[in-house]
Design a protein around this ligand. Structure first.
Ligand code: NAD
Length: 526
């Protein structure tokens, strides 16, 4: 300040001809600039103070991990128990948060988010000791005498980035795996489900050991800041575009990733089925799962030209029975998450190529972000709706002459996260399992494989990389360390120099395996 005033005085004294008013104006201008500069610096400092520091967060967690406490069975168990309690005691708050974020029907929240999470937690608590135990494996003659085991060790400090559609389950289910495997973890919930995000921050802050488990809230800026850090694993759930960003950021540090992405999950419908049951199960997987905003919701149906009218009639009947004559008012359907997704879905319906194809539904209420269950028949495969994951309440039907053609239809696109078929034909079931590549396959139902913890859940190709659930979650966050135990007994001189032809012959037989070869080598027969 002093320096500036001095300079101002110098300017004034050096300009004796300057009228006083002009000098005052200069002074005022300089003072104003000064004030502006100080205000901006102050605001920036305050911003930096309130915005979280990604580097410090990771460093703090790394320091906590280095103490070794997250490795103990006791710590893992206590944190899993805390996670269970947090879910158990705050059911209503979770239901309310999801109601706020996406108007999710309480039954769906209680069943598909809360009960599923508790189930995951209980399975981990029950199996933890067993999962953590080293796995004894056979050794070969080459290393005789020896024993070996696979030791699961925690990776270190891991990042979980989750999506908005099942914001409670998709945030905490991977966290269960991370904790069970003994890692420190940062959870970044989706900003598109803000009520759930802040509830998660609050509850995990209260219940969990915050020296090793943190929630970072925020949007792209915060996620980008987190992604710049070095992690020992990144577990991302969301769309493939951001999946690519995550993978590119991870590549910088050679960090392994799990990418839980989406895709166009097909449903093939044969004619020899219990149509009523099949239709109800298709509806439950589509509209009964967050109004189609679920990664494994049926995306489109393939059936024969002959059977399509019957299927459409059944869908109409059951949809009306489930959601009434005015589904826009139904309390049993989630709303569309936001206006961007509403506009995206509207664009799919407005495509000229599907005009006149709606056979059921199509009603919208933009002010309430609601779109009714909508079925479209005979949509062309080059239409907009068939070119991207729908992720909403629209269900197109593609027709083929013979059901076997459906395999080519599916395999000509990107590999889906799930593929479903309704049939009683044994041969067709086998062909479907063998020829359709997808993250998971369900015969005669939709989405239910998600609830089976002995099955891995994950995509293939464009629908994802890696898998989790049950033991697969533990494995996703563990390094499988190979451990070989030897004693000082039985030290074979043949592996040491000087190398000779006899040693080479014996070693070749020993490494090649087979007792007969070894005997032949000893006898000089090979
Ligand atoms: P989203 O918008 O909530 O994004 C997911 C995460 O990515 C959020 O935490 C967000 O903060 C972060 N993110 C967004 N833009 C980013 C950027 N530019 N840089 C860094 N991070 C960014 O969720 P979404 O992607 O709309 O979710 C829907 C998609 O997720 C669908 O494709 C669906 O199929 C898929 N999904 C997959 C699964 C699964 O288990 N495989 C589950 C749910 C959803």
């Amino acid at each position: 300040m002093k320096l500036v005033y001095k300079q101002i005085e110098e300017v004034n004294s050096n300009s004796p001809t300057l009228p006083t008013t002009l000098r005052n104006k200069h002074l005022a201008l300089l003072f104003f600039c000064f004030l502006l500069f100080f205000s901006i610096t102050f605001i920036k400092t305050m911003e930096n103070k309130t915005m979280f520091d990604a580097e410090s967060t990771v460093n703090e967690l790394r320091a906590s991990f280095a103490t070794g406490k997250t490795r103990s069975y006791k710590w893992r168990l206590s944190q899993l128990n805390q996670l269970f309690e947090l879910t158990q005691f705050h059911e209503q708050e979770i239901v309310d948060a999801l109601k706020n974020d996406i108007d999710k029907p309480p039954l769906e929240t209680v069943t598909y988010e809360i009960a599923m999470l508790k189930n995951s937690c209980q399975a981990a608590i029950k199996e933890l000791k067993h999962w953590m135990a080293p796995e004894k494996v056979k050794t070969s003659l080459t290393t005789f005498p020896s024993s070996a085991e696979i030791v699961s060790e925690p990776l270190g400090v891991v990042l979980v980035i989750s999506a908005w559609n099942y914001p409670f389950l998709l945030s905490l289910d991977p966290v269960i795996g991370a904790i069970a495997a003994g890692n420190a973890v940062v959870l970044k919930p989706s900003e598109m489900a803000p009520a759930t995000s802040s509830l998660l921050a609050k509850l995990l802050g209260e219940y969990m050991d915050n020296s090793s488990i943190r929630v970072v809230e925020g949007a792209v800026d915060e996620t980008s800041a987190l992604l710049q850090q070095k992690w020992d694993k990144i577990f991302y759930t969301g769309n493939g575009r951001v999946g690519r960003i995550v993978m590119a950021a991870a590549a910088k540090h050679l960090t392994p990733v799990v990418l839980e992405l989406g895709g166009k999950s097909p449903v093939v419908v044969d004619s020899d089925i219990n149509l009523k049951v099949a239709t109800r199960r298709i509806i439950a997987g589509k509209w009964g799962c967050n109004n189609g905003q679920a990664c494994i919701s049926p995306d489109y149906i393939i059936t024969t030209k002959n059977y399509a009218p019957k299927l459409v009639d059944a869908l109409k009947t059951e949809l009306e029975a489930f959601y009434g004559k005015n589904p826009l008012e139904s309390k049993d359907l989630s709303r569309i998450v936001n206006s961007n997704h509403f506009a995206r879905l509207t664009k799919l319906l407005d495509d000229d190529k599907v005009s006149g194809k709606i056979v059921y539904g199509g009603e919208k209420d933009e002010s309430k972000l609601r779109i009714s269950p909508t079925v479209l028949l005979d949509v062309p495969r080059d239409s907009l709706i068939m070119s991207e994951e729908i992720f909403g309440p629209l269900l197109p039907i593609i027709t083929v002459d013979k059901l076997e053609e459906s395999f080519d239809v599916i395999n000509s696109g990107s590999k889906p996260l799930a593929a479903y078929i309704f049939t009683n034909n044994k041969n067709l079931k086998e062909k479907f399992v063998m020829n359709v590549s997808a993250g998971g396959v369900v015969i005669n139902d939709t989405t239910m494989h998600l609830a089976v913890h002995t099955l891995p859940f994950g995509g293939v190709g464009e629908s994802g990389l890696g898998a989790y659930h049950g033991k697969f979650s533990f494995d996703a966050f563990s390094h499988k360390k190979a451990v070989l135990y030897r004693s000082f007994f039985g030290d074979a001189p043949i592996r040491y120099p000087p190398y000779t032809a006899t040693k080479m012959r014996l070693l070749k037989a020993l490494v090649g395996g087979g007792i007969l070869n070894i005997v032949r080598a000893i006898l000089g027969m090979s």
